[in-house]
Design a protein around this ligand. Structure first.
Ligand code: DGL
Length: 270
Protein backbone atom coordinates (compact mmCIF):
# COMPACT_ATOMS: atom_id res chain seq x y z
CA UNK A 1 0.00 0.00 0.00
CA UNK A 2 1.32 3.44 -0.98
CA UNK A 3 1.60 5.72 2.09
CA UNK A 4 0.98 8.71 -0.18
CA UNK A 5 -2.39 7.35 -1.36
CA UNK A 6 -5.37 9.42 -0.12
CA UNK A 7 -7.52 8.68 2.90
CA UNK A 8 -11.21 8.25 2.07
CA UNK A 9 -13.74 9.90 4.37
CA UNK A 10 -17.47 9.63 3.84
CA UNK A 11 -20.65 10.83 5.44
CA UNK A 12 -24.34 11.03 4.67
CA UNK A 13 -23.80 14.67 3.75
CA UNK A 14 -21.69 17.65 4.70
CA UNK A 15 -21.73 17.23 8.50
CA UNK A 16 -18.84 14.77 8.31
CA UNK A 17 -16.63 17.70 7.32
CA UNK A 18 -16.31 18.24 11.09
CA UNK A 19 -14.40 14.94 11.10
CA UNK A 20 -12.41 15.93 7.98
CA UNK A 21 -11.54 19.17 9.77
CA UNK A 22 -10.26 17.30 12.83
CA UNK A 23 -8.23 14.95 10.59
CA UNK A 24 -6.72 17.89 8.70
CA UNK A 25 -5.71 19.49 11.98
CA UNK A 26 -4.14 16.28 13.33
CA UNK A 27 -2.63 15.05 10.03
CA UNK A 28 -1.88 18.07 7.83
CA UNK A 29 0.32 16.07 5.43
CA UNK A 30 -2.46 13.69 4.40
CA UNK A 31 -4.49 13.93 1.21
CA UNK A 32 -8.23 13.42 1.95
CA UNK A 33 -10.99 12.48 -0.48
CA UNK A 34 -14.27 13.35 1.19
CA UNK A 35 -17.54 11.94 -0.17
CA UNK A 36 -20.80 13.49 1.06
CA UNK A 37 -23.93 11.65 -0.04
CA UNK A 38 -25.86 14.93 -0.28
CA UNK A 39 -28.46 13.39 -2.61
CA UNK A 40 -29.61 10.89 0.05
CA UNK A 41 -28.99 12.76 3.32
CA UNK A 42 -30.24 12.35 6.07
CA UNK A 43 -29.38 8.79 7.05
CA UNK A 44 -30.26 9.24 10.73
CA UNK A 45 -33.99 8.75 10.17
CA UNK A 46 -33.67 5.70 7.87
CA UNK A 47 -33.73 1.96 8.56
CA UNK A 48 -30.48 0.10 9.20
CA UNK A 49 -31.07 -1.89 6.00
CA UNK A 50 -31.16 1.28 3.87
CA UNK A 51 -28.18 2.86 5.63
CA UNK A 52 -26.09 -0.28 5.00
CA UNK A 53 -27.02 -0.21 1.30
CA UNK A 54 -26.08 3.47 0.97
CA UNK A 55 -22.86 2.99 2.95
CA UNK A 56 -21.73 0.14 0.70
CA UNK A 57 -22.09 2.26 -2.42
CA UNK A 58 -20.16 5.19 -0.85
CA UNK A 59 -17.34 2.94 0.38
CA UNK A 60 -17.07 1.11 -2.97
CA UNK A 61 -16.77 4.43 -4.79
CA UNK A 62 -13.93 5.59 -2.55
CA UNK A 63 -12.16 2.24 -2.75
CA UNK A 64 -12.11 2.54 -6.54
CA UNK A 65 -10.17 5.79 -6.07
CA UNK A 66 -7.26 3.91 -4.50
CA UNK A 67 -7.57 5.02 -0.88
CA UNK A 68 -5.20 3.61 1.77
CA UNK A 69 -7.74 3.81 4.63
CA UNK A 70 -11.41 4.65 5.06
CA UNK A 71 -12.90 6.82 7.79
CA UNK A 72 -16.64 6.51 8.23
CA UNK A 73 -17.38 10.00 9.53
CA UNK A 74 -21.10 9.36 9.95
CA UNK A 75 -22.18 8.06 13.36
CA UNK A 76 -25.32 6.48 11.91
CA UNK A 77 -23.29 4.50 9.35
CA UNK A 78 -20.64 3.61 11.94
CA UNK A 79 -23.45 2.34 14.19
CA UNK A 80 -25.01 -0.09 11.73
CA UNK A 81 -22.66 -0.76 8.80
CA UNK A 82 -19.08 -0.83 10.06
CA UNK A 83 -18.79 -4.62 10.29
CA UNK A 84 -20.04 -5.06 6.71
CA UNK A 85 -17.57 -2.51 5.41
CA UNK A 86 -14.67 -4.07 7.32
CA UNK A 87 -15.42 -7.44 5.75
CA UNK A 88 -15.89 -6.07 2.24
CA UNK A 89 -13.01 -3.59 1.95
CA UNK A 90 -9.33 -4.38 1.55
CA UNK A 91 -8.22 -1.25 3.44
CA UNK A 92 -8.44 -0.46 7.18
CA UNK A 93 -11.83 1.00 8.12
CA UNK A 94 -12.25 3.35 11.08
CA UNK A 95 -15.64 4.45 12.40
CA UNK A 96 -16.46 7.27 14.81
CA UNK A 97 -18.35 5.29 17.47
CA UNK A 98 -15.42 3.42 19.04
CA UNK A 99 -13.20 6.54 19.36
CA UNK A 100 -16.19 8.54 20.65
CA UNK A 101 -16.98 5.84 23.21
CA UNK A 102 -13.35 5.78 24.35
CA UNK A 103 -13.34 9.56 24.77
CA UNK A 104 -16.62 9.35 26.70
CA UNK A 105 -15.33 6.63 29.03
CA UNK A 106 -12.21 8.72 29.70
CA UNK A 107 -14.38 11.76 30.47
CA UNK A 108 -16.80 10.30 33.04
CA UNK A 109 -15.92 10.07 36.72
CA UNK A 110 -19.33 8.89 37.98
CA UNK A 111 -19.57 6.11 35.38
CA UNK A 112 -22.82 7.62 34.02
CA UNK A 113 -22.29 8.59 30.41
CA UNK A 114 -24.81 10.41 28.24
CA UNK A 115 -24.79 10.08 24.45
CA UNK A 116 -26.72 12.37 22.11
CA UNK A 117 -27.05 11.23 18.49
CA UNK A 118 -29.55 10.57 15.68
CA UNK A 119 -32.48 8.22 16.28
CA UNK A 120 -30.79 5.57 14.12
CA UNK A 121 -27.57 5.66 16.14
CA UNK A 122 -29.35 5.51 19.51
CA UNK A 123 -31.72 2.75 18.36
CA UNK A 124 -28.78 0.61 17.17
CA UNK A 125 -27.33 0.34 20.70
CA UNK A 126 -23.87 0.79 19.16
CA UNK A 127 -22.60 3.19 21.85
CA UNK A 128 -23.80 0.84 24.61
CA UNK A 129 -21.88 -2.05 23.01
CA UNK A 130 -18.77 0.04 22.35
CA UNK A 131 -18.66 1.39 25.91
CA UNK A 132 -19.29 -2.07 27.40
CA UNK A 133 -16.31 -3.44 25.47
CA UNK A 134 -14.08 -0.71 26.95
CA UNK A 135 -15.26 -0.55 30.55
CA UNK A 136 -18.17 -2.64 31.75
CA UNK A 137 -18.89 -0.45 34.77
CA UNK A 138 -19.81 2.63 32.73
CA UNK A 139 -23.54 2.96 32.16
CA UNK A 140 -24.73 4.61 28.93
CA UNK A 141 -27.84 6.78 28.64
CA UNK A 142 -28.71 7.48 25.01
CA UNK A 143 -30.85 10.40 23.91
CA UNK A 144 -31.86 11.06 20.31
CA UNK A 145 -31.47 14.76 19.47
CA UNK A 146 -32.62 14.90 15.82
CA UNK A 147 -33.54 18.61 15.68
CA UNK A 148 -29.94 19.60 16.26
CA UNK A 149 -29.05 18.37 12.75
CA UNK A 150 -31.16 20.93 10.79
CA UNK A 151 -30.26 23.65 13.31
CA UNK A 152 -26.55 23.10 12.63
CA UNK A 153 -27.17 23.07 8.86
CA UNK A 154 -29.11 26.34 9.09
CA UNK A 155 -26.28 27.88 11.07
CA UNK A 156 -28.76 28.43 13.90
CA UNK A 157 -26.20 27.62 16.55
CA UNK A 158 -26.65 30.37 19.13
CA UNK A 159 -29.63 31.96 20.89
CA UNK A 160 -32.95 30.87 22.25
CA UNK A 161 -33.96 28.26 19.65
CA UNK A 162 -30.91 25.96 19.93
CA UNK A 163 -30.81 26.56 23.70
CA UNK A 164 -34.40 25.40 24.14
CA UNK A 165 -33.86 22.38 21.89
CA UNK A 166 -30.71 21.32 23.76
CA UNK A 167 -32.46 21.84 27.09
CA UNK A 168 -35.39 19.60 26.06
CA UNK A 169 -33.01 16.87 24.93
CA UNK A 170 -30.78 16.99 28.01
CA UNK A 171 -33.51 17.18 30.67
CA UNK A 172 -34.25 13.41 30.61
CA UNK A 173 -30.57 12.76 31.35
CA UNK A 174 -30.57 14.94 34.48
CA UNK A 175 -32.25 12.28 36.63
CA UNK A 176 -29.54 9.75 35.66
CA UNK A 177 -26.60 11.63 37.22
CA UNK A 178 -24.75 11.89 33.89
CA UNK A 179 -21.44 13.80 34.22
CA UNK A 180 -20.08 13.39 30.68
CA UNK A 181 -21.76 13.63 27.31
CA UNK A 182 -20.64 12.21 23.96
CA UNK A 183 -21.44 14.34 20.90
CA UNK A 184 -22.46 11.30 18.85
CA UNK A 185 -23.35 13.01 15.58
CA UNK A 186 -21.32 14.78 12.89
CA UNK A 187 -23.34 17.99 13.29
CA UNK A 188 -23.13 18.52 17.04
CA UNK A 189 -19.58 19.98 17.27
CA UNK A 190 -21.03 23.14 15.68
CA UNK A 191 -23.39 23.44 18.63
CA UNK A 192 -20.72 22.63 21.19
CA UNK A 193 -20.80 26.05 22.97
CA UNK A 194 -24.60 25.83 23.44
CA UNK A 195 -24.50 22.15 24.45
CA UNK A 196 -21.74 22.92 26.97
CA UNK A 197 -23.47 25.96 28.50
CA UNK A 198 -26.95 24.39 28.68
CA UNK A 199 -25.49 21.03 29.70
CA UNK A 200 -23.64 22.53 32.64
CA UNK A 201 -26.84 24.18 33.79
CA UNK A 202 -29.08 21.11 33.33
CA UNK A 203 -26.66 18.29 34.16
CA UNK A 204 -24.28 20.03 36.56
CA UNK A 205 -21.28 22.39 36.37
CA UNK A 206 -18.73 19.58 36.18
CA UNK A 207 -20.19 18.15 32.94
CA UNK A 208 -17.54 17.36 30.33
CA UNK A 209 -18.10 16.81 26.62
CA UNK A 210 -16.45 14.13 24.50
CA UNK A 211 -16.12 14.80 20.78
CA UNK A 212 -16.01 11.75 18.50
CA UNK A 213 -14.45 13.80 15.66
CA UNK A 214 -11.27 14.70 17.54
CA UNK A 215 -10.97 11.21 19.04
CA UNK A 216 -11.31 9.65 15.56
CA UNK A 217 -8.56 11.85 14.13
CA UNK A 218 -6.25 10.82 16.97
CA UNK A 219 -7.00 7.09 16.39
CA UNK A 220 -6.45 7.49 12.66
CA UNK A 221 -3.02 9.00 13.35
CA UNK A 222 -2.15 5.98 15.54
CA UNK A 223 -3.42 3.53 12.93
CA UNK A 224 -1.37 5.11 10.12
CA UNK A 225 1.70 5.23 12.34
CA UNK A 226 1.36 1.57 13.34
CA UNK A 227 1.02 0.47 9.69
CA UNK A 228 3.73 2.82 8.42
CA UNK A 229 1.20 4.57 6.23
CA UNK A 230 1.92 8.23 7.10
CA UNK A 231 2.11 10.41 3.97
CA UNK A 232 5.07 12.67 3.26
CA UNK A 233 2.79 15.55 2.17
CA UNK A 234 1.71 17.91 0.82
CA UNK A 235 -1.74 17.38 2.30
CA UNK A 236 -4.96 18.39 0.62
CA UNK A 237 -8.70 17.89 0.35
CA UNK A 238 -10.90 16.87 -2.56
CA UNK A 239 -14.67 17.08 -2.08
CA UNK A 240 -17.08 14.73 -3.83
CA UNK A 241 -20.83 15.13 -3.49
CA UNK A 242 -23.77 13.22 -4.95
CA UNK A 243 -25.83 16.40 -5.32
CA UNK A 244 -24.72 20.03 -5.39
CA UNK A 245 -27.33 21.92 -3.37
CA UNK A 246 -27.75 25.73 -3.66
CA UNK A 247 -26.15 26.67 -0.38
CA UNK A 248 -23.40 24.07 -0.69
CA UNK A 249 -20.40 26.39 -0.24
CA UNK A 250 -21.93 28.19 2.76
CA UNK A 251 -22.95 25.01 4.61
CA UNK A 252 -19.75 23.11 3.76
CA UNK A 253 -17.56 26.03 4.89
CA UNK A 254 -19.39 26.12 8.23
CA UNK A 255 -18.69 22.43 8.95
CA UNK A 256 -15.15 22.49 7.60
CA UNK A 257 -14.22 25.75 9.32
CA UNK A 258 -12.56 27.07 6.18
CA UNK A 259 -13.59 28.47 2.82
CA UNK A 260 -14.63 25.70 0.40
CA UNK A 261 -14.54 28.06 -2.61
CA UNK A 262 -10.80 27.30 -2.55
CA UNK A 263 -11.30 23.52 -2.60
CA UNK A 264 -11.92 21.13 -5.52
CA UNK A 265 -15.59 20.01 -5.60
CA UNK A 266 -16.97 17.37 -7.98
CA UNK A 267 -20.38 15.79 -8.32
CA UNK A 268 -20.37 11.99 -8.67
CA UNK A 269 -22.95 9.26 -9.33
CA UNK A 270 -22.78 6.24 -7.07
N1 DGL B 1 -24.10 12.18 9.65
C1 DGL B 1 -25.19 11.81 10.52
C2 DGL B 1 -24.60 11.21 11.83
O1 DGL B 1 -23.51 11.53 12.25
C3 DGL B 1 -26.12 12.97 10.83
C4 DGL B 1 -26.93 13.44 9.63
C5 DGL B 1 -27.84 12.38 9.08
O2 DGL B 1 -28.85 12.02 9.74
O3 DGL B 1 -27.55 11.88 8.00
O4 DGL B 1 -25.26 10.42 12.45
Amino acid sequence: MDPNAPIGVFDSGLGGLTVARAIRAALPDEQLVYLGDTARVPYGTRSAHTVIRYARSCAAHLERRGIKALVVACNTVSAVALDFLRVELDVPVLGVIEPGARAGVAATRTGKLGVIATRGTIASGAYIRAVASIRSRVEVFGQPAPLLVPLAEEGWITGEVPERAVERYLEPLAAQGVDALVLGCTHYPLLRPVIEAVGQRVLGPSLSLADGAEATAAELAELLEARELRAAGPGGLELLVTDLPDRFAEVASRFLGEDVEEIDVHQVDL
